[in-house]
Ligand binder design. Structure first.
Ligand code: MSP
Length: 529
């Protein structure tokens, strides 16, 4: 095992019922940044994602399309995998709940809970739509009618297996009280405590009204109902129980990263299942907020122009992966909802990426070429302004680490941009073009060039978790192509003796925001036709 130890992070497994939008990619981009951050720091990382492929909804959609459920999910899952490849998501494993490795292990988990005496046969009562052969809960109904076909529903019962979740209520409360970090943010934790205190009901874990699912091992008329099937992916992917090497290495999970609406499943139902199976609980569940899509709808002028584009593939195609990832991680505060609009996105890309970072690199490299023949010079002088810049740059990694450990991606990036903006200001304060006119100021000019180059080198390390391609492109221009970006080097200054800077393409082109918005609205209008 490596020195730092292991770090296991998961995303939810997505429903392959339709293509993923920018809201889904938000969670995966955060998990990817964290996985890359921990790898950069030297952890042995396990980053798991996947797809949740069973259930009635998928079965119905497949029937509508005239294909088998397996064919239906295969196509969408291929698209999801393509999307993650396009976005360079660095997952270590992708689990599909239709894989044999998952199926047999879910059945093993069911048996373990059954043998413990925690599963019993009872009657599930719900609101049933006869033509659709579907059960619905009150909250799923639309105007009191079936959300699929709009016809009336009626109360109905079917035989089902239940998990005695209520048995674990006290243990769960104990966990919440003893371990305040088990569920963050705190608002969600308080919600969950209140939920358990109200009294937890047992959970229905099987269905017999459809068959697209994993058979209940003791009763083939039933399939295991979604949440037992889905949640167990976090251990089945690790090989539990029959190939436990990875399970022994990585479990308990360091962080289940999930959207706020599924916090309850992860912080109550999943732990109760694990307690029933005598398995350790995950170390942490973190609930993030939602991107509110179509935020522009409220504005009449925007509505007249068109809707926002929320398809990540289109956005990546136009602006690049790094710009999109940067925007998602910089704009939103973890745990809170945020409004997604194309306009806010474009402004961030222009101001932070093209102006602040792009300009700093291109100005610095041009000046090193112009004033120093392209070679990063020695810094022979040092004044208070230099001291301040150096102190800020070499301490940024500590602040980034603090924010990352709290999943405050936006604040971690802000810490990096404080350095970038300070370096831009340093250029204005030092006015190298004035120093260059005076031969006696050559040493001072060299210092300015060297300090700027070193700041950019540090930035190129700090941005690796968020924008690794941009980091590579920066390092190429700074003459660091063959030097790997190492986390520890971000704490040190003066590492660039003799590096040769080469001016390359602009990191991020400046966007004409009005023109871009028009183009995006036109795309979305043509897609909705
Ligand atoms: N299959 C279940 C999860 C099972 S995990 C054992 C599921 N799938 S989902 O595809 O509906 O949602 C997956 C995740 O995407 C959820 O965490 C959800 O919060 C997230 N998002 C879906 N739309 C979103 C936004 N608009 N914004 C942010 N996250 C969003 O639930």
């Amino acid at each position: 095992m490596n020195e730092k130890g292991t770090y296991y992070i998961s995303t939810p497994i997505y429903y392959p019922s339709s293509n993923l939008h920018i809201g889904h990619t938000y969670c995966t981009v955060m998990a990817d940044a964290m996985a890359r951050f921990k790898r950069l720091q030297g952890y042995d990382v396990m980053f798991l994602t996947g797809t949740d492929e069973h259930g009635q909804k998928i079965q119905t959609k497949a029937i509508e399309k005239g294909v088998t459920p397996q064919e239906y999910v295969d196509e969408i899952v291929a698209g999801i995998k393509d999307l993650w490849a396009t976005m360079e998501i660095s997952y270590d494993d992708f689990i599909r709940t239709t894989e044999q490795r998952h199926i047999s292990r879910v059945q093993a988990l069911f048996m373990k809970m059954y043998e413990k005496g925690d599963i019993y046969k009872g009657e599930y009562e719900g609101l049933y739509c006869t033509p659709c052969e579907s059960f619905w809960t009150e909250s799923q109904l639309v105007d009191g009618k079936c959300p699929d076909c709009g016809r009336p529903v009626s109360k109905a019962k079917e035989e089902a297996y239940f998990f005695k979740m209520s048995k674990y209520a006290d243990r769960l409360l104990e966990e919440f009280r003893e371990n305040p970090d088990f569920l963050v943010p705190e608002s969600r934790r308080n919600e969950m405590i209140a939920f358990v205190e109200q009294g937890m009901e047992d959970l229905c874990i099987s269905r017999s009204s459809f068959d697209w699912g994993i058979p209940v091992p003791i009763d083939e008329k039933h399939v295991i109902y979604v949440w037992l099937d889905a949640l167990s992916n976090y251990i089945t992917a690790l090989g539990w129980p029959d190939e436990p090497e990875k399970y022994n290495k990585y479990w308990p999970c360091d962080c289940h990263l999930v959207g706020k609406e599924i916090v309850r499943f992860h912080s109550l139902i999943w732990p109760a299942m694990l307690l029933s199976a005598d398995l350790p609980l995950p170390k942490q569940v973190r609930g993030h907020g939602w991107l509110l899509l179509g935020g522009e709808k409220v504005s009449k002028s925007k509505a007249a122009k068109g809707q926002d584009v929320i398809d990540p593939v289109i956005l990546i195609d136009r602006y690049g992966i790094d710009a999109l990832k940067y925007f998602l991680l910089r704009e939103y505060t973890f745990g809170q909802d945020g409004i997604f609009t194309n306009e806010v996105m474009l402004r961030r890309m222009n101001f932070d990426l093209a102006n602040d970072l792009g300009n700093l690199l291109s100005r610095t490299v041009s000046m090193i070429q112009k004033y120093c023949g392209g070679v990063v010079p020695q810094a022979a002088t040092r004044d208070a302004i230099d001291d301040e810049l150096i102190a800020l740059a070499t301490s940024a990694a500590t602040r980034v680490e603090e924010k990352m450990n709290e999943f405050q991606f936006n604040l971690a990036l802000e810490e990096i941009w404080v350095v970038i903006r300070r370096a831009n200001k340093y250029i204005d304060e030092k006015t190298p073009w004035v120093l260059a006119k005076d031969e006696s100021k050559k040493a001072e000019l060299d210092t300015v060039m060297r300090n700027l180059a070193e700041c950019l080198r540090i930035v190129s390390i700090l941005i690796v978790p968020f924008m690794h391609t941009t980091s590579d492109r920066m390092r190429e221009q700074l003459g660091l192509t063959d030097v790997p970006a190492v986390w520890e080097d971000a704490f040190e200054f003066y590492k660039m003796e003799g590096c040769e800077a080469h001016k390359g393409a602009q990191l991020f082109p400046r966007l004409d925001i009005d023109k871009e918005l028009e183009a995006l609205y036109a795309i979305s209008a043509s897609m909705s036709k």
